[in-house]
Ligand binder design. Sequence first.
Ligand SMILES: Cc1cc2nc3c(=O)[nH]c(=O)nc-3n(C[C@H](O)[C@H](O)[C@H](O)COP(=O)(O)O)c2cc1C
Length: 190
Amino acid sequence: MTTDKIQALLTRRSVVARDLCEPGPNQNELDTILKCAHRVPDHGKIGPWRFIIFQGEARLAFGQELEKIFAEENPDATDKALEFENERFIRAPIVVGVIYSPQEHPKVPEWEQQLSTGAVCQNILNAAHFLGYSAQWLTEWYAFNDRVNNVLGLQAQEQVAGFIYIGSTKEKPSERNRPDLTERILHWQP
Ligand SMILES: Cc1cc2nc3c(=O)[nH]c(=O)nc-3n(C[C@H](O)[C@H](O)[C@H](O)COP(=O)(O)O)c2cc1C
């Protein structure tokens, strides 16, 4: 027998950003999603993450920055490709940028701080799903670009963990192929 909570976890699927539409979470719901995101296991209580929210007109303004950088780095880009960059962030009503912000710690290696930040991203996906929204965790080229990091005000040690696009969807996504779970399980014996 599965509980509703387990069923919700078992049925969560990402929805590609271009298929997300209005409405997105309202302010209360967004606050709830971020509270859930912030509540992850965190060795050393470091909290090595922060959030950048893209909403409303700011999404297009950021798209203009992406288009400018993309055009300069790809002089042969077509008008269509540039338009796509311009409109990237209006694919969803809300995009949450999760910024990995590690700190030096005598006992907690960076790897563990990365794991916590991954859990933050997953909690956003789950919280959005539980509230009835769909989402997709993307990085794409602009999560790995120094000039974009500069526009976002990232410090040298910081890195984008993901841009989580959140919105509604008209069609329920179908299940995708997944690795065979049984092949991934080993019952350890001496
Ligand atoms: C860190 C990370 C970055 C990702 N970046 C991309 C990406 O740039 N483009 C993409 O198509 N999918 C990307 N994905 C995959 C999707 O978020 C998602 O896993 C996939 O669409 C199906 O997942 P589902 O099992 O949640 O439905 C990324 C996933 C992770 C964990």
